[in-house]
Design a protein. Structure first.
Length: 281
């Protein structure tokens, strides 16, 4: 039997869009199943601010209303598990994209946008919220990104986040350490980010820069999982080299994921993905 002390069970929900009813149904599902949950990840679009409203800076009362909703929903998950990590999506309020230097990464609930923290011995979490614009394969612009109006802008923040962790002499990572990478927008070139409303000309909803970074040899050495949301119609699990990429689908429509990480290796000190399961309420 697996040692429960050497496992981490993750509840992952994304793209809630103010679906309070499904948050309540999910909590009841967890109680009925007596489902163990060690940590909760909420990968964005908790609220439902129109992208054009956020991009145009208001009105302020809309932001205040949706910020209250975001905090309330995050707190609902906190009653299930104390350790709640979340980040903002393109439909969340602009204030959530501003890093709060006064909040320690050990304070819960914790916004991990542009942040790094350790969630278990030898296991790290990094986060990046927001989305890039979406285009069809033939280049037609379909939707705007927020706060990233281009993939180049997202790449700037990705580089700022990743370089100190993976590409400097003072890296916080040990050779055997594993990293979970939570994003709102997933990587380009993956089935978890393709929107196939028109199968002959699908929408590319992922970030080319994120895909490129995930292919980097240092990230391949450490990043065991990239979990994301954003593209509602593209749930699933794929791999980029050694990295498992997962989009569970939107909780707005009743979808969520449960993943188990297990310590492995000759000395039993290396985290790896043991199981992933997808559910619908």
């Amino acid at each position: 039997m697996d040692n429960p002390d050497r496992q981490l069970v993750i509840l992952h929900a994304t793209d809630i869009h103010l679906a309070y009813d499904n948050v309540a149904r999910l909590k009841e599902w967890l109680r009925a199943k007596k489902q163990r949950v060690d940590v909760v990840f909420l990968s964005g679009d908790i609220a439902n601010v129109p992208v054009e409203t956020a991009a145009n800076g208001g009105p302020a009362e809309v932001f205040e209303e949706h910020h209250c909703h975001l905090k309330k929903i995050v707190e609902e998950f906190s009653s299930t598990c104390v350790k709640v990590y979340y980040l903002p999506g393109n439909h969340d309020v602009p204030a959530e994209f501003k890093t709060d230097a006064s909040q320690a990464a050990s304070d819960f609930p914790c916004n991990v946008h542009l942040r790094h923290t350790t969630i278990a011995p030898g296991l790290h979490l990094i986060g990046l919220g927001g989305s890039v614009p979406g285009y069809t394969i033939d280049g037609k612009h379909i939707w705007d990104g927020y706060p990233y109006t281009s993939d180049e802008r997202m790449n700037s923040d990705l580089t700022k986040l990743l370089d100190p962790i993976f590409h400097c002499n003072s890296s916080p990572l040990k050779p055997s350490d594993a990293v979970l990478f939570m994003t709102h927008c997933g990587p380009d070139k993956c089935n978890t980010t393709f929107v196939r409303e028109d199968p002959s000309n699908p929408i590319l909803g992922g970030s080319p820069s994120l895909y490129k970074h995930l292919c980097d040899k240092e990230l391949q050495r450490h990043v065991v999982m990239n979990i994301h949301g954003h593209t509602h119609d593209s749930p699933g699990r794929v791999t980029i080299g050694n990295t498992v990429v997962i989009n569970p689908g939107p909780l707005q429509d009743g979808f969520f994921g449960i993943y188990t990480l297990q310590m492995r290796g000759a000395e039993g000190n290396i985290w790896g993905v043991s199981s992933t399961s997808f559910h619908r309420l």
